[in-house]
Each structure stands twice: as C-alpha cells, then as structure tokens.
Design a protein around this ligand. Structure first.
Ligand code: ADE
Ligand code: ZN
Length: 324
C-alpha cells in the first residue's frame, strides 16, 4: 500500500462502523456469541454484495450486524477498522453508529458507545488519530424511538460529536425529524444527515432548512435542482460523497457515470469517504484511488479532497491546523 492515495493524510467523515464488519468477523463474533447464522460461509456473504439499490444492502447490513452483542464486540469492530484507517492515511475519523439496530436486540446503548470509544482512545494513543462518534437515527423507525434514544444518551452528550440520519431514505423525509434535531442541537451536538442519496433534492433542502445540518451525507441528487446547487455552493456546505458506495448501490451504472466531476465543476465542497467499506469493495484510500483512476485527477487535485475533508470535519481549529 505505497500508493499516494493511501499515504495522503486525510479525514473520514462518512463511515458507518457497522459497515466495516467484514464477513470473517461476522463468523468469528457469531461463534463467540453462540449464534447460528443464516449464511453458509464467508463466501456466501460475499456472493450477496451485488446490490440493486439501498434496501437490499440495508437488509444484509442489519442481518450481519446482529452478531454485535457485547461491549467487547464493538471495541473489536472499531479497532479493526481503525487499524485499516491508519494504514490508509486517516488522521481523523468521525464514525457513524446505529444504536437502534442494537438496542432492539437488548444491547445497552452504553455498551455500544463505551466499546467504540475505547477503540478510538487506543487509536489516539497508538497513532494520534482523532475523531469521535456521530449517533445516527434510523429514519424508518418511529420518531418516538429517536427521541427515546436521544434521551437515553443525554447524560453523556460529551461522548458524542453529533447526530445523523440514515437507513431507508425514500418515504422518510427530514421533516419527520425536525423536533428531534432541534433537541439534539440544543444539547450542543453537531447535525448531519443522509440526503439526496436515493431521495430527490427536496430531501437535501429539507435537511438544510428543517434539520439545520452542517454537512450533507451523499447529496448527489442535489444536482437535479440548480437553485439548491447554488445554495450549497454559496454556503460551501460540505458533501460527504462515497463513490464506491454509489456504484455498488446502483445509484450509477459505473464509476465513469458518477456525478462527482459535475459536483466539483459546480464549485461544491466535496469530500471522499467509504460509507460501508466491507460491503462496497473498499476503504477510504480505495475510494480515492478509484476516482483518480476513473477521472484522471492528478495528485494535487486528490490532495484537495484530503484538505476538504479536514476543513469539513468537526475537529477543533487547532487540530485542523495540525492536519493541513
Ligand atoms: N446505513 C448504512 N449505510 C447507509 C447508506 N449508504 N445509506 C443509508 N443508510 C445507511
Ligand atoms: Zn452512509
């Protein structure tokens, strides 16, 4: 891994920690936790990664994620990811996690948070990696569940960077979560949301207007609304684009069809991220490499994406200065 795309110092801002669960770890954790799996083998899981849209991916993601049971499991998951993150040049990581997927199985939210935080603390100690946790609400669950989750962590908001919104997008618009986000922002949390991944540009404008998000996750369908593009450009709202994810989820037929070049030409502040790397065929450096190979960006342009990732992060100004 000596390619410059792996050594370029960068931040990752769109990474679901459950989406780093490699098939080998699915089997190891199932064994440790005494669980039967609905999969015959590691290869059986790998044979299911040819998704036609977001939903079939989410179904598999939650099925595999069911092996995560204990604080140790969450620690081990994040530690494995952070080792790869270090190998791919990451210096700062803002990690999404989906507590409602775990509390529904009886896992205490504190076990999830403590497991993830312990791995982040070790990565800081060992490699100087900074970052933290962004707690996501599953948008296809009732809003009351999101409120209950937020209440359950209100005593430890200092352990979180912010809140996000993920899972099935279409049919679950941002307006549903206006009050939850107001409450979260009132607690001092940053706000981001998936928008315009499969949903239209109105999901992006709704997230800006109602949820007051500071970054848009994916946001690729924003391009369908020129006024929205101008708004995103003028305010330099960061977009966390995940190229391999969009191809795997059939948002575009091939990488060459990805709207990334049009987003850049429009003057948007674009960052490159991996989303769910164990499901989409690559970690963050692999995403950098894929777009460089497809679009022919030179190393200076690629360093621009890395710089954007630092600018768009929620790191302190002092840490941003260090990272630039
Ligand atoms: N949860 C994990 N990955 C996701 C994605 N790409 N979109 C929406 N929800 C997700
Ligand atoms: Zn995502």
């Amino acid at each position: 891994m000596t390619n410059a795309m792996y050594t370029l110092p960068k931040a990752e801002l769109h990474l679901h920690i459950e989406g780093t669960l490699e098939p080998e770890m699915v089997f190891a954790l199932a064994e440790r936790n005494g669980m039967e799996l609905p999969f015959a083998s590691v290869d059986d899981i790998r044979s299911r990664l040819d998704f036609t849209s977001l939903q079939p991916f989410l179904d598999l993601y939650f099925e595999c994620g069911a092996v995560l049971r204990t604080q140790q499991d969450f620690h081990d998951l994040a530690a494995a990811y952070l080792t790869r993150a270090h190998e791919q040049g990451l210096r700062h990581v803002e990690m999404f996690f989906d507590p409602q997927g775990h509390t529904a199985r009886g896992v205490p939210v504190d076990a999830v948070i403590d497991g993830l935080l312990s791995a982040l603390a070790e990565a800081h100690e060992e490699w100087g990696i900074t970052g933290g946790l962004i707690m996501c609400f599953l948008r296809d669950l009732p809003v009351e569940s999101a409120f209950a989750l937020l209440d359950s962590v209100a005593h430890r908001v200092d352990d979180l960077i912010g809140v996000g919104l993920d899972s099935t997008e279409v049919g679950y618009p941002p307006e549903l979560f206006e009050q939850v986000y107001a409450h979260a922002r009132g607690l001092g949390l940053h706000a981001v949301a998936h928008a315009g991944e499969e949903g239209g540009p109105e999901y992006v404008s709704g997230s800006l207007d109602l949820l007051k998000v500071e970054r848009v996750d994916h946001g690729i369908r924003s391009l369908e609304d020129p006024e929205l593009v101008e708004r995103l450009r003028a305010a330099q709202v960061p977009m966390t684009v995940c190229p391999l994810s969009t191809v795997r989820l059939a948002g575009v037929p091939t990488m060459a069809d990805h709207p990334l070049p049009r987003m850049i030409e429009a003057g948007l502040l674009v960052t490159i991220n991996s989303d769910d790397p164990s499901y989409f065929g690559g970690y963050v450096g692999d995403n950098y490499l894929a777009i460089q190979q497809t679009f022919g960006y030179d190393n200076l342009a690629m360093a621009g994406f890395a710089l954007n990732s630092v600018t768009a992060s929620f790191a302190s100004d002092a840490r941003k200065d260090e990272l630039r």
